[in-house]
Design a protein around this ligand. Structure first.
Ligand SMILES: [Fe+2]
Length: 277
C-alpha cells in the first residue's frame, strides 16, 4: 500500500473540528484568531514533512500500512492541544503542562488508547530526554512497542522542526513572530547570548528562556539540526536550502560577524558529519 493511499480524512475532520470550535470562540480577538489559523496550517505542513520522512527513510522501507498510518496521525494530531491552549488564553488561563500534554489529554479522552500515538505526541514539545523520562513509556513491557513509540517520537520531532524551518524560508516566519515585534531596536540587533552560543558549540538545542536577542532566536532555529534523527530530514533542509536563508538573516542582525562565521562553520560541519550517503 502506498503512503498516499493511506486515508486519514476522518481524523483530519477531527482536527478541523477542534480548530473550528476554537476559531468560533476566539474570533473577536484578531491575534488569537490568527494564531489558530497558523496552527491549523502548521499541522498540515507537519503532515507533509512527516510524509517526506516516512517515504524516504530507509529504516521504514518494510514497515506495515498500520505503522505508516500511525506516523501520519502522530503528525496530524501533534498540535491538536494548541486549540485548547488558545481557548484557555482567551480566558486568561494557561495549562501548566503545555500544549503537548494538552494534545495527549484530548486524544486520550477522545478514546485513543494507542501509546504509539499518545506518547510521541505527549513528548514532542519537550527536550530530547522527555520521552525517556516518561513513566508511561518506561512501563511499556513489549520491546517492539517501545521501539515503535521511539520511532514515531523521532518522526514527529523531526517533522515539526523541518516544517518550522521551512516556514521561515517560505514565509519569513521569524519576522512575523510576536517575539520579533516585541523587541526593542537595541535588542533586535544585540549580540548573541553566551548560553545560546554554547549550544552551537556543544551541539545542543536552545532553551527558550535563554533567548534575548533576535540573533538568539535565529540560532535557536538553526540549532534544531542538533536534534534531528532521520537522514531525510537533513536532505530536506539541503534540498530547500533552508540553512542558507537563516545564515543570511543572522548575518544581517548579529553585530559580531566573527560569531556569524564561526556559527556557520560549526553548524555546516555538524550537518555534513551527520549526512551519510
Ligand atoms: Fe508543531
Amino acid at each position: 500500500m502506498k503512503l498516499k493511499d493511506i486515508d486519514i480524512s476522518k481524523e483530519k475532520q477531527q482536527l478541523y473540528a477542534a480548530y473550528e470550535n476554537c476559531f468560533n470562540l476566539v474570533k473577536k480577538d484578531d491575534f488569537l484568531k490568527g494564531y489558530a489559523n497558523e496552527k491549523i496550517k502548521h499541522s498540515m505542513q507537519v503532515v507533509g514533512a512527516g510524509n517526506y520522512i516516512l517515504k524516504n527513510e530507509k529504516s521504514f522501507q518494510n514497515k506495515s500500512a498500520e505503522f505508516f498510518k500511525k506516523g501520519k496521525l502522530v503528525c496530524l494530531w501533534h498540535d491538536i492541544g494548541r486549540f485548547e491552549e488558545i481557548i484557555l488564553l482567551s480566558q486568561k488561563q494557561r495549562c501548566p503542562q503545555g500544549h503537548s500534554y494538552l494534545s495527549y489529554k484530548i486524544l486520550k479522552e477522545a478514546g485513543c488508547a494507542d501509546l504509539s500515538i499518545l506518547l510521541p505526541i505527549k513528548g514532542h514539545g519537550g527536550m530530547p530526554e522527555a520521552l525517556a523520562e516518561d513513566e508511561e513509556y518506561q512501563n511499556i513491557k513489549d520491546p517492539k512497542q517501545k521501539a515503535e513509540v521511539e520511532e514515531l517520537y523521532k518522526l514527529v520531532k523531526d517533522a515539526d522542526k523541518i516544517a518550522n524551518m521551512y516556514l521561515h524560508k517560505a514565509d519569513k516566519r521569524l519576522f512575523k513572530d510576536l517575539f520579533f515585534s516585541s523587541l526593542s531596536k537595541q535588542k533586535k540587533y544585540a549580540s548573541l547570548s553566551p548560553a545560546v552560543l554554547d549550544c552551537v558549540y556543544k551541539h545542543r538545542i536552545v532553551k527558550t528562556q535563554d533567548i534575548v536577542s533576535f540573533s538568539d532566536r535565529i540560532v535557536q532555529i538553526l540549532c534544531f539540526v542538533h536534534e534531528l534523527y532521520y537522514q531525510p530530514s537533513y536532505t530536506f533542509l539541503q534540498k530547500h536550502k533552508i540553512l542558507d536563508e537563516l545564515f543570511s538573516d543572522l548575518n544581517q542582525f548579529c553585530p559580531n560577524k566573527e560569531h556569524v562565521l564561526e556559527i556557520e562553520k560549526c553548524i555546516r560541519d555538524y550537518m555534513n558529519n551527520q549526512i551519510k550517503d
